[in-house]
Design a protein around this ligand. Structure first.
Ligand code: ME8
Length: 513
């Protein structure tokens, strides 16, 4: 039986259009999902949209359309972005779906039955932009007299309303035990420390319903209340597994192996979510990984600057795989990064066109011209052959290990070490010089190169699915044999190779800056 592997992205708010930040998380999750599938896992990959709450309701009002029509429209745009980025999600959940309402109401009842929910009144600060409550110490007064949340800069307002509360305060020790027993559960380490000190500092009960607006899931038995949008949103991860029907086929995927999130929502995922699950008696996620934030040309993306980048025009201009490659290559995963056209073009030209594109192109066209267009047989191996093949053989393990730690940049760097080593190997072995003097040796050199290129192509499929499919076609690798395990079998002597063509053209900036 294949092992299940469940990875999720956050479900994105539909108050605005999808942008680079959303595409980033989804692409990273997609790379891991694709890698795990290639590595023999039974993967469930979930993404979707977060459609309730005050923020979405007011965006719909500003657009002058009823919230359901508004969310239908924006959710379709998110689904389109996912499709254009070739995100291979197995489901796309929308929190306005009937299955989700049922699931949220069921878990609510579970929490009530467990004695974890009580009726009270909330009085305190609330930031609509973050859909979050803040203690006074977490806010600051600006010189103009308005108050903001220190962490995010979002405006807060004083809210007084009846509210149901979740007894978060009762979960402090249980949460600390959970973190202690599962050292890798919150990553990277800096985030783990941040969450640990937050929880050690003591937890207040959490307001989990609102009465001042109605765009949400009604609280069962008290329909004047809608559920707090974060409770509603987090539950999506089990709704998609069929909750409350725990006998559902999908339930085998729960608990999630990785919830991938941006750094600003780690607290919701690493504190509130496990506490809700503990109260409901459900298994807890195995890992919550938070990545960093992108700025654009040095600026934070914001409504006021109007500098949100939509990835789709970039895909049209540079090609899908170049964009996917850039997103995961440019910054160490977990850290912050900056998007600029200049660095995108640079990486595309240097690493894709020069390093990888050339390696494939010069090897394959040389074989087409000088080795009969077939996989050349290999003779006795020399020291440099062994060295290159040993680097290739060790690579699947290295990439697997890096991706298990969500170190996408490290996986890429390991792959590029082989690409660079293979380019240096061609230069030193100079197959063109062997053509007349020692054709058998030439064949061996070409064969060693082909094996190295095939290793690179198979391992890069999750990052660049289209171009690696094209490269594997050119290597004559059967469609049914492109799993990581296919690398355990050598290529077939004499197998015909189709006519090669370039995969990564150099990008020439059309307009000079
Ligand atoms: O927070 N850089 O939705 P959201 C990198 N609905 N990633 C970014 C980014 C940036 N500049 N901007 C956004 C929500 N992201 C909730 C989540 S989950 C149960 C509910 C990515 O639309 C990043 O993954 O504000 C971040 O966590 C997410 O989009 C926030 O999306």
């Amino acid at each position: 039986m294949t092992k299940p592997f469940y990875i999720s992205t956050p479900i994105y708010y539909v108050n605005g259009a999808p942008h680079l930040g959303h595409a980033y998380t989804s692409t990273a999750a997609d790379v891991l999902a694709r890698f795990k599938r290639l590595d023999g896992y039974d993967v469930f990959f979930l993404t979707g949209t977060d459609e309730h709450g005050q923020k979405v309701e007011s965006a719909a009002r500003a657009a002058g359309v009823p919230p359901q029509i508004f969310t239908d429209r924006v959710a379709a745009d998110f689904a389109d972005m996912a499709k254009r980025m070739k995100i291979s999600n197995d489901d796309f959940i929308r929190t306005t779906e009937a299955r989700h309402k049922r699931s949220c109401q069921a878990i609510w009842q579970k929490l009530v039955a467990a004695g974890a929910i009580y009726l009270g009144a909330y009085e305190g600060w609330y930031a609509v932009r973050d859909e979050a409550f803040y203690d006074e110490e977490e806010t600051a007064l600006k010189p103009d007299g308005t108050r903001i949340a220190i962490a995010s800069g979002a405006a807060v307002e004083w809210v007084v309303e009846p509210s149901y509360f979740f007894k978060l305060s009762a979960f402090q020790d249980k949460l600390l035990d959970y973190y202690e027993a599962n050292p890798g559960v919150i990553a990277p380490a800096a985030k783990r420390n941040e969450i640990l000190s937050f929880v050690k500092g003591g937890l207040n009960d959490l307001s989990v319903s609102r009465t001042s607006f109605s765009w949400g899931i009604p609280v069962p038995g008290d329909e004047a209340h809608v559920m707090y949008v974060w409770l509603d949103a987090l539950v999506n991860y089990i709704t998609a597994c069929g909750y409350p029907d725990e006998g559902n086929e999908r339930f085998k995927y729960w608990p999630a192996d990785v919830h991938l999130v941006g750094k600003e929502i780690i607290r919701f995922h690493a504190v509130y979510w496990p506490a809700f699950l503990m109260a409901a008696g459900l298994p807890l996620p195995k890992k919550v990984f938070s990545h960093g934030w992108w700025t654009v040309e040095g600026e934070k993306m914001s409504k006021s600057l109007g500098n949100f980048i939509d990835v789709r025009p970039l895909v049209d201009e540079f090609g899908l795989d170049a964009v996917r490659f850039f997103l995961l290559r440019e910054v160490p995963f977990g850290g912050d990064g900056d998007f600029s056209r200049k660095s995108l073009i640079m990486r595309l030209n240097v690493e894709l066109a020069n390093d990888l594109g050339n390696l494939g192109q010069r090897t394959l066209s040389f074989i087409a011209k000088n080795a009969g267009g077939v996989v050349p047989p290999r003779g006795p191996l020399t020291e440099p052959d062994h060295a290159l093949l040993a680097t290739a053989d060790a690579l699947p393990g290295k990439v697997r290990d890096a991706l298990d730690r969500l170190a996408f940049h490290e996986a890429m760097e390991d792959i590029w070490k082989l690409v660079r080593a293979a380019n240096a190997y061609i230069d030193h072995q100079a197959p063109w010089a062997l053509k007349k003097t020692d054709p058998d040796r030439m064949n061996t050199v070409l064969r060693v190169l082909l094996e190295a290129i095939r290793t690179v192509a198979i391992l890069l499929q999750p990052f660049m699915p289209d171009s690696m499919a094209a490269l594997l076609d050119q290597l004559g690798q059967p469609m049914t044999d492109r799993q990581i395990a296919a690398l355990e079998t050598k290529m077939t002597d004499g197998a015909a190779l189709p006519a090669p063509s370039g995969i990564f053209p150099r990008y020439v900036e059309k307009v000079l800056e």
